[in-house]
Design a protein around this ligand. Sequence first.
Ligand SMILES: NC(=O)c1ccc[n+]([C@@H]2O[C@H](COP(=O)([O-])OP(=O)(O)OC[C@H]3O[C@@H](n4cnc5c(N)ncnc54)[C@H](OP(=O)(O)O)[C@@H]3O)[C@@H](O)[C@H]2O)c1
Length: 285
Amino acid sequence: MYNSVLITGASSGIGEECAVYLAHKGFRVFAAARRIDKLKDLAALGSGRITPLPMDVTDEASIAAAFKTIADEGATLYGLVNNAGASSMGPLEKLPAEEWRAVFETNVFGLAAVTRAALPQMRAAGRGRIVNIGSLTGRIASPFQGVYAASKHAVEGLSDSLRRELVPYGVKVSVVRPGAINTPFGAHEAEMLARYETDAPYGDQVKTFKAWFERQHPAAPGPSVVAEAVHHALTAERPKSRYVAPPKMAYALALRNLLPTSLTDRILERVNGLDAARKKAEGLR
Ligand SMILES: NC(=O)c1ccc[n+]([C@@H]2O[C@H](COP(=O)([O-])OP(=O)(O)OC[C@H]3O[C@@H](n4cnc5c(N)ncnc54)[C@H](OP(=O)(O)O)[C@@H]3O)[C@@H](O)[C@H]2O)c1
């Protein structure tokens, strides 16, 4: 009998890669997202072990329907990979409240809703694994990423709390924190940012930051590094509470934890070009 795992946001990028990777490792995968056509294509790659499921994590009725399908298939979930994610970018002062709400609806409230739906069967079985896809941005927040950073910081907090409350029930909780990963996510974020490039007073800063930001994802590793971490979190006898993917990005967290914040701020400004741009602008005044 294969262990069953539900992956949200499986129609693209990290979720899609996790679905194929876990199916090839012998899991029965329920691959969920809103774009069902993309999920059908994905199912063909999974040696018959991937079942596509329409699910919008912001819609309780859609979550309930997906869990009914899982139950109708006679499966009990061993694993849940909360991967579905959304982002918006721009200066906090400018970003509309509805974009803040939309990002939190998916990354935080949606994640919590799917987890609520999965927990009764995991507790009843006395075993289970929940893997929440966070982000390095859940620890290190760049400018113009406030809403996304806030949502991923929230994922860190709720995961700590959940891990501790589920100890008696044999359900283990891990956070996987990807660094930049080459998926469609980064290009979408850059598009969001582009809306503010000519917008006073932040336009010049946004332009400089975007020029750096949009180079990161195309040069980044592919999503398989995240799938490997997810697989470890699902299968290790003692899964880690946190994974960084790729592992070498842990150096960034070590610096963040060890250095005074003022120094981290200066390093980040130097790396993303905002420092040089500011000095140039000051020189021109
Ligand atoms: N790529 C990176 O550099 C990076 C870095 C750190 C963390 N992450 C995190 O990794 C996760 C996956 O990102 P990715 O890079 O794979 O991005 P992606 O390729 O854009 O995929 C995002 C996935 O989320 C799904 N999704 C979005 N809103 C949804 C909703 N309301 N209900 C259900 N599914 C929804 C999308 O599917 P549908 O549109 O079909 O629903 C899609 O399958 C996210 O949580 C993201 O924050 C990514």
